[in-house]
Ligand binder design. Structure first.
Ligand code: NAD
Ligand code: GLY
Length: 377
């Protein structure tokens, strides 16, 4: 759709019956926020939950835009994964209660995946659920975390173990906001972008291979198309399987491995997107080792992942692979004590597999560690 001023705004629907909602995307579309918020924010009371540095870049503009029509209150949380905690949730509840937020009020999550998951869980649980709108500002959040309704926090024993499925009223993804995203964070988002090609769309995978070096240039002409396709894939998968009864599990490609690494580094030093990149490499190797994928697909996949320089943190010794496997047993996809691995058959084709022999998994972690040690020399 074109709106006044000639800017293009794409609309993709997540189809979930009476909980269906649009994902608006485009460059420079933030100014559409007041108009889009009008029918959602019934009582005009809006809680913007954000964190520095995003708040520093965009909050003034957003408040200026919203204030004529809405009663805007701002809650800031410290930046980083450690804010995805029950402690932080408790503090947000106290703030919402003291500021008399009501059932008709709206939480606007302005930030990356951490803010989206945290503010989303607060909105899902406060007064048994108030309106939620996502304004994702990181690449990862624009292609993945703001879409599909997974909200929640970490527990000290594992990542994302507490949460809910709670869909937003809409998502507004303005690609212009990615201009201030640090390169390292852009790479994190690329982990999820590569994932969509690998699990669902070989053509998208080929396009990423072609344009990977220029995607983070400002005004990159390829970025909106690629981000839009990722968002459309996520919307389609969630529309078919909201609560991860089957198909949605493909979105976890590489995540079981990645979560074990993230947990080992105590959610510090190795970012989620970096862990996903390493985790997908492990999943691809295991797919090859178990004979599920042909060697060419595995090599091609890992060559793309290797375009991103991801290092293991140095503040701890390398993990013991057995400890990583133990940590995988806490994964949400464990059924009857068995871990379901999301593996690759070929680029664009994925399958869930229970593995009884953990040797290929151990070997994959060992390979990640050996490659990292080689890079350090
Ligand atoms: P993040 O939210 O920590 O953001 C990364 C960093 O980039 C932060 O420092 C943030 O302040 C900064 N940032 C974000 N946007 C910026 C911008 N436009 N300009 C400058 N700086 C900016 O991390 P993330 O990678 O966005 O998200 C990771 C989180 O998302 C993890 O907690 C992960 O578990 C979660 N996640 C959730 C889902 C889901 O479906 N709910 C899916 C994938 C990941
Ligand atoms: N990022 C995995 C999911 O949304 O299901």
């Amino acid at each position: 759709m074109i709106f006044p001023g000639g800017k293009k705004m794409n609309k993709i629907m997540v189809e979930l019956g009476d909980r269906s909602y649009p994902i608006y995307s485009g460059s420079g579309i933030l100014e559409q926020l007041p108009q889009l918020l009008q029918p959602v924010a019934a009582n005009k009371q809006v809680a913007v939950i954000s964190s520095p540095p995003v708040a520093g870049f965009y909050l003034e503009e957003i408040t200026r835009m919203l204030e004529p029509g809405f009663n805007v209150q701002i809650y800031s949380v410290p930046d980083g994964e450690s804010s995805k905690s029950l402690d932080q949730i408790e503090q947000i509840y106290s703030w919402l209660i003291s500021n008399r937020f009501e059932r008709g009020s709206t939480v606007l999550a302005l930030g990356g995946g951490v803010i989206g998951d945290l503010a989303g869980f607060a909105a899902a649980s406060f007064l048994r659920g108030i309106n939620l709108v996502h304004l994702p500002t990181s690449l990862l959040a624009q292609v993945d975390s703001s879409i599909g309704g997974k909200v929640g926090v970490n527990h000290r024993l594992g990542k994302n173990l507490i949460g809910a499925f709670y869909q937003p009223r809409f998502v507004l993804a303005d690609h212009a906001l990615l201009a201030t995203l640090p390169d390292e964070e852009f790479i994190c988002g690329m982990g999820e972008v590569v994932k969509y090609g690998a699990i669902y769309d070989p053509e998208l995978f080929a396009d990423i291979e072609k344009h990977v070096d220029v995607l983070h240039q400002s005004e990159s002409k390829y970025l909106p198309g690629i981000v839009g396709r990722c968002a459309a894939i996520k919307a389609e998968v969630v529309s078919k399987d909201e609560k991860e009864g089957g198909l949605r599990a493909i979105l976890n490609f590489g995540h079981t491995f990645g979560h074990a690494l993230e947990a080992y580094y105590e959610y510090g030093g190795l970012k989620h997107g970096q862990a996903v990149l390493l985790g997908m490499k492990c999943a691809a190797w295991v797919s090859g080792e178990t004979g599920l994928a042909d060697p060419e697909s595995v090599t091609r996949f890992n060559q793309l992942v290797d375009r991103f320089d991801v290092r293991l943190p140095k503040h701890k010794p390398y993990p013991e692979t057995d400890a990583l496997i133990e940590s995988m047993r806490l994964d949400k996809k464990v059924t009857g004590g068995r871990i379901k691995f999301i593996l690759m058959e070929e680029i664009g084709q994925i399958r869930g597999v229970f593995l009884d022999d953990m040797q290929p998994v151990r070997a994959a972690f060992d390979r990640i560690i050996a490659q990292d040690a080689e890079k350090q020399q």
